[in-house]
Design a protein around this ligand. Structure first.
Ligand code: HEM
Length: 405
């Protein structure tokens, strides 16, 4: 990935110095071509129509991502999650998990999310300035997903310690240092050991939490094995907070840089939900995902053969002017009721569409709604610092001052 071949278009969106703003680099490639060879055996897909076509076609498999990005990783450390399965295995597992992780489970979290948001905003408004990733963006989804699963408060510091290393570990191995790869593997082992124990305890003594609910799922005589429970818990835990932290961080930064949008959100509280979708489009937490053709497949003007792989550039598709009016403007009314903006790809599309979308939306809607109600302005209190991550992209530090209304 670091050594891309010479092509008519230079693709430098992934360079560390462009992490803060990869969008002009995406735009150059997107305008030049819908498909660009990457130099590591996959083609980048750059435009909204082509990315949507790939994501919504089940014959594009998600099974080979580990092989493409982590060819030498030790796969015995963690059994594969349904995120990287195809039908019928994916259909079976997602179906079983959705019996436990239901819309009602999500709605029940509303009062607790509101309580957490209120406490975090109280603290931010009382302080001269805060580092918003460490005080709001990270703890909110971390606490919510841990409580949802039933990870006790005493163990949440461990999750906080291992999560970032695992999220960085999703990036292709060639961009990871040997230390980052070691950290990913060590953190995987630590989390697997932890959840094996937690699952065993919940199976023996069920509580009112998602780990216990997964253990109790029965569907036409089918149940989750302990292995399947293990990967599901770890997937929900990591997908449930390492993405949402970036939705919150990227959203805070967008509102800090676009004060008129914060005012609009204050004047029209019903825009809090649509604002979350605009954040996911404007500065997507997940920037790419891969798919591999299971047979000959046509996308746009291109024919792919069985075994050909692509890397769908979600962050680029979401700024495609062919799909979105003024794609580089942050506009909290874009997804307002009755507006006709096309779907963003922030939660993907098709069978792997984010299973936690309703939960992430709920967290964002409560946080940004409450923020606009109580905060008159967000002002910078230092430079934002990005994590090095490519796949799950977002901030490591966001120092800011929250000015009360
Ligand atoms: C703003 C926050 C979030 C974003 C941007 C996000 C984004 C995504 C994306 C893009 C995918 C598809 C990945 C692919 O096809 O390669 C996905 C899948 C998934 N997400 Fe999320 N996610 C978020 C929050 C959550 C939460 C809160 C949970 C659960 C607690 C969750 C659980 C999952 C699961 C289980 C899958 C796999 C679905 C499948 O393969 O069928 N996500 N997410």
């Amino acid at each position: 990935m670091t050594s891309l071949p010479a092509t008519p278009v230079a693709f430098d969106a992934f360079r560390p110095e462009h992490r803060a703003d990869p969008y002009p680099h995406y735009a150059r490639v997107r305008e030049a071509t819908p498909f660009l060879p990457s130099g590591f055996g996959v083609d980048f897909v750059t435009r909204h129509a082509e990315c949507s076509a790939v994501l919504s076609e089940t014959l594009w498999s998600h099974r080979d991502e580990a092989e493409l990005f982590h060819p030498e990783a030790d796969r015995s450390l963690l059994p594969t999650s349904f995120l990287w399965m195809d039908p019928p295995d994916h259909t079976r597992l997602r179906g079983l998990v959705s019996k436990a992780f239901t819309p009602r489970t999500v709605t029940a979290l509303r009062p607790r999310i509101r309580e957490l948001v209120t406490g975090m905003l109280d603290a931010a408004l009382a302080a001269t300035s805060v580092e918003a990733i460490e005080t709001i963006a990270y703890p909110l989804p971390l606490i919510v997903v841990c409580e949802l699963l039933g990870v006790p408060a005493a163990d949440q510091a461990m999750v906080h310690r291992v999560g970032p290393g695992l999220a960085r570990g999703f990036d292709p191995d060639p961009v990871l240092s040997p230390q980052e790869r070691r950290t990913r593997d060590e953190n995987t082992v630590e989390l697997v050991t932890y959840f094996r124990d937690l699952i065993a305890r919940r199976l023996a003594d069920p509580r009112n939490d998602l780990v216990s609910a997964l253990g109790a799922v029965h569907e036409r005589g089918d149940t989750l094995t302990e292995h399947e429970m293990l990967t599901t818990c770890i997937t929900l835990l990591i997908a449930g907070h390492e993405t949402t932290v970036n939705m919150v961080g990227n959203g805070l930064l967008a509102l800090l840089r676009n004060p008129a949008q914060l005012d609009l959100l204050h004047e029209r509280p019903e825009l809090a939900g649509p604002a979350v979708d605009e954040i996911l489009r404007y500065d997507s937490p997940v920037h790419m995902t891969t798919r591999t053709a299971r047979c000959e497949l046509v996308v746009g003007e291109r024919t792919f053969q069985e075994g050909d792989s692509v890397c769908v550039l979600v962050g680029s598709a979401n700024r495609d002017p062919r799909a979105f009016v003024r794609p580089d403007s942050f506009d909290v009314t874009r997804y307002a009721t009755g507006a006709a903006a096309p779907r963003h790809l922030g939660f993907a599309l098709g069978i792997h569409y984010c299973m936690g979308a309703a939960l992430a939306r709920l967290e964002g809607e409560i946080l940004f709604g409450e923020l606009a109600r109580r905060v008159r302005a967000l002002e910078p209190a230092g430079e934002p610092v990005y994590r090095p991550n490519l796949l799950i992209r977002g901030l490591r530090e966001l120092p800011l001052t929250a000015v009360p209304r």
